[in-house]
Design a protein around this ligand. Structure first.
Ligand code: DC
Length: 211
C-alpha cells in the first residue's frame, strides 16, 4: 500500500512550496489538484464551452490527462502532454477554476483521477479537499493558512514577476472572494480534516516552510 501525505489550505498559504520541497527531499510523487481544476478551466476557455454547462465541462474533463514533473524546485504541469504550467496561473483562470470547482460532476471526475495517480507510489498532494474527501485515510494531513494580507503580498510578487499588472487591493478582493467560494460551497468545501496538523505560515519564510 502506498502512503499519501495531504496538504490542504487557502490560496497562497504556502502549500505548493512546502509540498514541492517535501516531494523532492523524500522522493515522493506530487499532485497539485488545484492545477487540475485550473487545467479544466483552460480547456473550457479553449473549447468555448458555456461556463454554466456543468455536464459538458465534466465530459471535457474526462478527456484530460494530467502529469506533474518536479525539476530544480519547480513543477511542470502537463495536460494531455502539453506543458500548461505558466498559462494556468493568470487571474482569469484562477477565477474560472474556482467556479468550476463548485460543480460536483467535475469534482467526481478529478477525484477519480487523483486517486488513480497515487497508485504509482508514495505521494504528496495539495489542494482543498485532499485530507477531508479524496484521501480520508492519508498517513499525514496538514492544513495551512496565513493572513489574507500576507497571502495577497505573496501572490502580488508572483504575478508581477510574470508581468501581470495588478494591485494589492485587487488581489485582496479576489482572494477574499475565492476563499469565500472555496469554504462555503456545498460539495467538498475547504475545511481542515479533524486529524490535520495546522500550520500558520504568515510569519514563515520559504526555507522555514520546507524544513
Ligand atoms: O490551489 P489553486 O489556487 O491552484 O486552486 C484553484 C481552484 O481550484 C481554487 O479556487 C479551489 C479549487 N480547488 C478545489 O476546489 N479543490 C482542490 N482539491 C484544489 C483546488
Amino acid at each position: 500500500m502506498n502512503f499519501v501525505v495531504t496538504i490542504d489550505g487557502t490560496a497562497a498559504s504556502g502549500k505548493s512550496t512546502t509540498a514541492i520541497g517535501v516531494a523532492e527531499r523524500l522522493g515522493l510523487f506530487y499532485i497539485d489538484s488545484g492545477a487540475m481544476y485550473r487545467g479544466v478551466a483552460l480547456a473550457v476557455l479553449r473549447a468555448g464551452i458555456d461556463i454554466t454547462d456543468r455536464h459538458a465541462i465534466a465530459n471535457l474533463a474526462r478527456k484530460l490527462k494530467f502529469d506533474f514533473k518536479i525539476e530544480d524546485g519547480k513543477v511542470r504541469v502537463f495536460m494531455n502532454g502539453e506543458d500548461i504550467s505558466n498559462i494556468i496561473r493568470g487571474s482569469e483562470i484562477s477565477e474560472l477554476s474556482s467556479v468550476i470547482a463548485t460543480y460536483p460532476e467535475v469534482r467526481k471526475v478529478l477525484v477519480a483521477m487523483q486517486r488513480e495517480l497515487t497508485k504509482r507510489g508514495n505521494t504528496i498532494c495539495e489542494g482543498r479537499d485532499m485530507g477531508t474527501v479524496v484521501f480520508p485515510d492519508a498517513a499525514i494531513k496538514i492544513y495551512m493558512d496565513a493572513s489574507l494580507e500576507e497571502r495577497a503580498r505573496r501572490r502580488l510578487r508572483d504575478l508581477h514577476r510574470k508581468g501581470e499588472k495588478v494591485t494589492l487591493e485587487e488581489i485582496i478582493t479576489s482572494l477574499r472572494q475565492r476563499d469565500e467560494r472555496d469554504k462555503t460551497r456545498k460539495h467538498s468545501p475547504l475545511k481542515p480534516a479533524p486529524d490535520a496538523i495546522h500550520i500558520d505560515t504568515t510569519n514563515l519564510t520559504i526555507d522555514a516552510m520546507r524544513r
